[in-house]
Design a protein around this ligand. Sequence first.
Ligand code: FAD
Ligand code: NAI
Length: 510
Amino acid sequence: GRLRKTFRWMWRLTYLSFGGLAGYTFYIIYQDRHPEPQYEPDPSKKTLVILGTGWGSVALLKKLDTENYNVIVVSPRNYFLFTPLLPSCTTGTIEHRSIMEPIRAILRHKTAAVKFYEAEASSIDPDRKVIKIVDNSEVKGATSETEIPYDMLVIGVGAENATFGIPGVREHSCFLKEIGDAQRIRKKIMDCVETAAFKGQSGDEVGRLMHMVVVGGGPTGVEFAGELQDFFDEDIKKLVPEISSHFKVTVIEALPNVLPSFSKQLIDYTENTLREEKIDIKTKTVVKNVTSNTVEAEITRPDGTKERVVIPYGLLVWATGNAVRPIVTDLVSRIAAQKDSRRGLAVNEYLVVQGTRDIWAIGDCAVAGYAPTAQVASQEGNFLGRLFNNMAKTENHEARIQELSSKMNLQAGNSAEAAHEIEALEKKLRKIKDIKPFRYSHQGSLAYIGSEKAVADVSWWNGNLATGGSLTYLFWRSAYLSMCFSTRNRVLVTLDWLKSKAFGRDVSRE
Ligand code: FAD
Ligand code: NAI
């Protein structure tokens, strides 16, 4: 009897928690679809221009009280992209729209309206305090180029793909940075498979077409290689068995090991897991030239001798890290204090671009002494959001104090009340003005390495925890799910995971 009672209670509790969760989700969805009315900010307020809709800029926008400024956002991309799940889009484990959040939806939820222009900033003039913007999209109107004056400017334009000037890279390889790149890769994988299965294709040619080469053993290259091998093992092998013996993934890395930023133990674990998955890892191998179907690389042997090899490929994915965007290089050349900046805009501890007064830089385009990651970019954006909110509050409080002081001089009768308010405002001001400089707090690194395994270097009880395996994979999934931008993204990603698990990935080539 007692056991049955406990059981019944457990059932009730389960019902209640599921009911609560479903109710909460519906409430969030309803809120999302019915935002409060927005109002236009006071035109006399300062104009704050934000470049980019990536990790840094969107974190800033999320935190910013937009009623304090006339905010203008400029970006060639009218959405935020959740990059950590981009490698999963290359194989269809996740559909690309599930990790995109329209900037229009993000901005609609701010209290005061924000202007958005889908355009690229092509130059910044810090002396005149104007930026030039260009609409480079397919559809252009009669006006596709103009200038925007700013009082305050935040640069969050991210970085481009590094190619180190290696011949053939731009023409023949796929990058993995934007949605378009992931779509291109997904298409090309299936094109290689179908072409390899073409009637009468020679063995050598099938081998070449089924050889998928990844250059760069950083987290992007490793995660992509893992996803690709999963796609092959779980889907392609079953659906196109005739070419399966030829399928091979190779990761080429210039350094002695992959994932250089992870701990030694996890590097070994990753390399062993990749080898178990039959992924070929070629370390101490530097790609020097790329043609339409081969890469030429230089291998350093254990005895120090060098050997040149030619590797045929069907798909080549280039993931060798970041390079500086032209708009950043252009601005660097206009500021004397930036003459030694090679990797981006050098900023001070409040993220102000060195040598300027009203320009801040965040994320991959800023050099603040941290790695170019989403974690750093979003913490920097969040910091600037708080800083700008405080700056606006300071101005408001100072204006009110001035107003009260002049009133006090005119009408002595109310002076005690005014003095009291001034005292309270000054107290608030002291608190607000005490803004500590930006300090990055590292939450850890996570990477998926294929076959439902992940590696994690996380901070734990003042120490560090390095872990890898299937449990870490569950942690990876829940961490990334919770980090998704919106409830909509979370629901879509969960459905995609369930869908690809239940029905397999979609192998049709769009
Ligand atoms: P971005 O997010 O790149 O945003 C830059 C924005 O600027 C974009 O909206 C772009 O369209 C816009 N822009 C470009 N040029 C201009 C211009 N001229 N004018 C105006 N706007 C412009 N980091 C992690 O911490 N964890 C991860 O798991 C992780 N996974 C990743 C996976 C992949 C495949 C990749 C490629 C990166 C990953 N990163 C990860 C790194 C992370 O995505 C970047 O560090 C982060 O995006 C940097 O943020 P950002 O705001 O500086 O730039
Ligand atoms: P990366 O800079 O981390 O790695 C690029 C790798 O390519 C380097 O190891 C480099 O030695 C190698 N390389 C360069 N030129 C080469 C050549 N010619 N031949 C062979 N190898 C060559 O770049 P990645 O992976 O794109 O990452 C960029 C940033 O984004 C990093 O800060 C990374 O931490 C972050 N990121 C984080 C992820 C995560 O935490 N899960 C996932 C993806 C990116």
